[in-house]
Design a protein around this ligand. Structure first.
Ligand SMILES: *Cc1c(COP(=O)(O)O)cnc(C)c1O
Length: 387
């Protein structure tokens, strides 16, 4: 009776339907499922952060509507963190905006700049809100394939001039979900040049800046000269401090872009619970050992899983950052078929690559949010499989 809006109808189809159904069925049957499909840290939030929330939540001063632009102490903590981590100085007043998780900001940002007929340049495969945010703003995503032969970086030269004329935004995300690819300064410099030449806003999603291995340190797009004229960068506390359910992130970068996002948000939400903001201050200003330990745990799991899969003859790329293995499917099997096969024959859940976009076909994603002993059990099961 009620017809959905064109915007909602225009969203990409949900491709995990079949596998979701199979997952539910397997769980109902009481099968011993090992789930490599979850992109949510499995470890708890560090204790000092929980204690900060508890203390702040007991203070009635924190029970009111929060300021739209975030508490000054949180913006200062973010600015100090940026300086320490990337040696980039940001004005807490104008260049930082706390968010109810970074997904919220990423999905709302296009409302500030896209009109009907405009394009955003979206990597494919990608984190789904890039496409969804564009479509919900009434514009169209232009897909930039991320191909293995190009180290999963977009090839800017392949974008047609006719699209460039109508493109307003470009999304980049390194360390990348789902491919786990990383980017270096050279690529970022090219993006800055590209953005200035074509008058395109750069959206850098840095959710995995702190999840890295073997001493590798991901760089911020804002470190590159000229980046602050064209870019907004999104950060999240979800992965860094195991705070996915808390909903806390931020945007930083060009002040006009920050102001525009703040304007959109002031019409949609009424700020972040102040106690959560104060817990965020405790996270950013407190000891960082928990994050280091967590990376060590992921690294151990990575080594067990990669060595195990390699010994089974799977082709595995090195993993420097983020917690995803992006693995080619066997010859003759597409990603949904292979994911279903692993679920039916081994009670193992993986994410089919096509769920992240059509250029994700031919791959599956496995996450490192599974304890080591379960990874060993999964490897045992895989060893017995034949296809
Ligand atoms: C997990 C993730 C985020 C973080 O989302 P929050 O809303 O901050 O929890 C952002 N971008 C990517 C690519 C992610 O994988």
């Amino acid at each position: 009776m009620f017809k959905l809006s064109k915007r909602l109808q225009g969203l990409p189809p949900y491709l995990f339907l079949e596998i979701d159904k199979a997952k539910r069925k397997a769980r109902l049957e009481g099968r011993d499922i090992i789930d490599f499909g979850i992109g949510d840290p499995d470890q708890p939030t560090p204790k000092h952060i929980i204690e900060a929330l508890h203390k702040a939540s007991c203070d009635p001063a924190n029970h009111h509507y929060a300021l739209d632009q975030g508490m000054p102490c949180l913006r200062k903590a973010i600015s100090d963190w940026y300086k320490r981590r990337f040696n980039v100085g940001l004005d807490p007043e104008t260049e930082i905006l706390p968010l109810i998780g970074s997904k919220e900001g990423i999905a709302h940002f296009p409302l500030a700049f896209l009109n009907e007929g405009d394009y955003s340049l979206v990597p494919d495969p990608c984190y789904p809100p890039y496409k969804a945010g564009t479509i919900l703003a009434g514009a169209r995503p232009y897909l930039m394939p991320l191909r293995e032969e190009n180290a999963f970086l977009p090839d800017l030269k392949k974008i047609p001039l006719s699209i460039l004329k109508k493109a307003k935004l470009i999304y980049i995300n390194y360390p990348n979900n789902p491919t786990a690819a990383v980017a270096e300064e050279g690529f970022y410099k090219d993006i800055v040049k590209f953005a200035i030449k074509n008058k395109i806003i750069v959206i850098s999603d840095l959710a995995y800046s702190e999840i890295a291995y073997d001493g590798y340190k991901p760089v911020s797009f804002l470190e590159v000269e000229g980046a602050r004229d064209v870019a907004i960068e999104f950060h999240s506390l979800s992965k860094t401090y195991n705070m996915a359910g808390w909903r806390l992130g931020w945007a930083s970068g060009n002040k006009d872009l920050i102001l525009a996002l703040a304007k959109v948000k002031s019409n949609l939400d009424s700020g972040i619970f102040s106690a959560i903001q104060l817990a965020g201050v405790a996270a950013l200003e407190g000891k960082q050992e928990d994050t280091e330990n967590m990376c060590r745990i992921y690294q151990e799991r990575r080594d067990i899983l990669m060595q195990g899969l390699k010994s089974l003859g799977w082709q595995i790329k090195p993993l420097k950052a983020a917690f995803y293995l992006w693995i080619r499917t066997p010859k003759g099997m597409d990603s949904i078929k292979f994911a279903n096969f692993l679920l039916e024959k081994a009670d193992i859940i993986v994410t089919p690559g096509v769920g992240f976009g059509k250029y994700g076909e031919g791959y599956i994603r496995m996450t490192l949010t599974v304890p080591g002993e379960r990874i060993i059990e999964a490897l045992k099961r895989l060893k017995k499989l034949k296809w």
